[in-house]
Design a protein around this ligand. Structure first.
Ligand code: NAD
Length: 471
């Protein structure tokens, strides 16, 4: 069925026909009219997005609770506030960001105007995951709207409630000639990716990131890849175990561990592990009570498939907290779990966990931890906990990751002055704040010369006499 501005290919006979051609043609036509170029148009779209967030907050809270058992607090801090801040910043800075940037000139070009023009890209595709379904869809959208593009949003099929609201309600707040939502999963995304876009912004797994990049390569379409991976969390012997446990447990179990930047595993010495385990148990009980299943603050696993994968991972190492006996498939509930004695070769240390399981691996020293981290793929996030500033700085200096934080968990996305993006296997490109605007703009190098003053240019024309060569 076609809701205004929305293509729902799942409900159409797709055999032998292209379900997206008309929508994409319409969006390209709208772009070529120049409609999205003026700052006023872009500001109106951003204000529409802001109204959408304000007027539908309760509805979104309800569907987030259905999809992921998200609490109101969780939804506020990790979905709405981040989106609202990004919209407000874009509205406040739009004119500055759009302005031509005048650059330094050489003597030879001193009479020219040299500047960078921020051009609209055209038709962009945003592909979003399910874990922060509002934030990870709308924050890229802010950048794409501010930069004056037309766009297609491909929501994740797994967060069904949120997908429906974003598909049916959001378009009412935006200019529908420039914006469309596409529903569907891998098959629909594959069909969509056969088309040419001017930029693809993908958030999801490295596996699908490769599929998206291969499809984009056929059209030489630039891609931004916001991917995931295993995020190490080093805990030094010189630390207060309870403080570290509070912070690690909070950030690991926020959204039931389904967070791309959550600490994926802990690296520490056997002694620190012994001090950390009771502290982690105490933090988990304090946050979620003696029966975490009845806690309104703990999320649920998004799908049966993900739930079964986590159950499989619980067989790795030895369960120190939580584990197999505290799962409930009828609710897709898994208790906050800590595994010890895990081996590097076990699945829990080979794949991104993305759930409420925290393995602890033992290392004997900071050097060994750094070697271990550098041996793997470059992570999206890296954490180091220590009372020693030197230890934290060494970890920062001698490793690489998309984001880094010393002595705390992730908060980078609440600060639009910091870019969010991976490196190597965890992604390419960056966004948030002005970084989003730049990601969705072409920086056109422009030189404007005076039409006259030809005499000044004579010296460079052939024939090159000896005298000129000496010059
Ligand atoms: P995913 O890669 O399975 O899916 C992401 C999107 O791609 C969805 O819209 C999905 O419909 C689509 N898709 C899935 N399979 C496809 C295929 N074969 N062909 C084309 N499209 C396909 O990821 P997910 O499960 O939605 O999200 C979890 C992953 O995303 C984790 O790896 C996590 O670390 C990562 N992630 C990264 C960030 C970040 O900011 N870097 C944020 C959130 C999640």
């Amino acid at each position: 069925k076609e809701v205004k501005g929305v293509r729902n290919p799942g409900s159409e006979p797709t055999l032998g026909m292209d379900p997206y051609a008309d929508t994409l043609r319409r969006l390209r036509e709208a772009f070529s009219t120049g409609r999205t170029r003026p700052a006023e148009f872009r500001a109106a779209q951003l204000k529409g997005l802001r109204r959408f967030l304000q007027e539908n907050k309760q509805l979104l809270q309800e569907v987030l609770a259905q999809d992921l058992h998200k609490s109101v607090f969780d939804a506020d801090v990790s979905e709405f506030i981040i989106c609202q801040n990004e919209v407000d910043l874009a509205l406040q800075k739009l004119h500055t960001w759009m302005k031509e940037e005048y650059v330094a000139k050489s003597l030879v070009l001193s009479l020219d105007s040299a500047f960078i023009r921020k051009e609209r890209l055209g038709l962009v595709l945003i592909i979003a995951p399910w874990n922060y379904p509002v934030h990870l869809t709308l924050v890229p959208l802010v950048g794409a709207l501010a930069a004056g593009n037309c766009m297609v949003l491909k929501r994740s099929e797994l967060s069904k409630g949120t997908e429906k609201v974003l598909a049916e309600v959001l378009p009412r707040y935006l200019d529908q000639s420039c914006f469309a939502v596409v529903l569907g999963g891998p098959q629909e995304t594959g069909q969509l990716l056969e088309h040419k876009f001017d930029h693809i912004f993908f958030t999801g797994s490295p596996r699908v990131g490769r599929i998206v990049t291969a499809a984009a390569a056929k059209h030489l379409t630039p891609v931004t890849l916001e991917l995931g991976g295993k995020n190490p969390c080093y805990v030094d012997d010189d630390c207060d175990p309870q403080t570290v446990a509070n912070r690690v447990a909070f950030f690991r179990h926020f959204n039931s561990g389904q967070t791309c930047v959550a600490p994926d595993y802990v690296l520490c010495s056997p002694d620190t592990q012994e001090r950390l385990l009771p502290a982690l148990q105490s933090a988990i009980t304090r946050f979620y009570g003696d029966d975490p299943q009845s806690s309104p603050s703990l999320g649920r696993i998004i799908s049966d498939k993900h739930f079964q994968r986590f159950r499989g991972l619980l067989g790795c190492g030895r369960v120190a907290i939580g584990g197999q006996s505290t799962t409930d498939d009828s609710e897709r509930y898994i208790a906050p779990t800590v595994l010890v004695d895990v081996q590097e070769t076990e699945p829990v240390m080979q794949e991104e966990i993305f759930g409420p399981i925290l393995p602890i691996m033992n290392v004997r020293s900071l050097d060994e931890a750094i070697d271990f981290i550098n041996h793997g793929e470059k992570p999206l996030a890296l954490y180091a906990f220590s009372n020693s500033k030197q230890v934290v700085t060494q970890m920062l200096d001698r490793t690489s990751s998309g984001i880094f934080r010393g002595n705390q968990g992730f908060a980078h996305m609440s600060l639009p002055s910091l870019p969010l993006g991976g490196v190597g296997n965890s992604g390419m490109g960056r966004y948030h704040g002005k970084f989003s605007f730049d990601t969705f703009s072409h920086h056109r190098a422009s030189l404007l010369s005076p039409s006259g003053l030809e005499k000044l240019h004579e010296f460079r024309y052939p024939p090159y006499t000896n005298l000129r060569q000496q010059l």
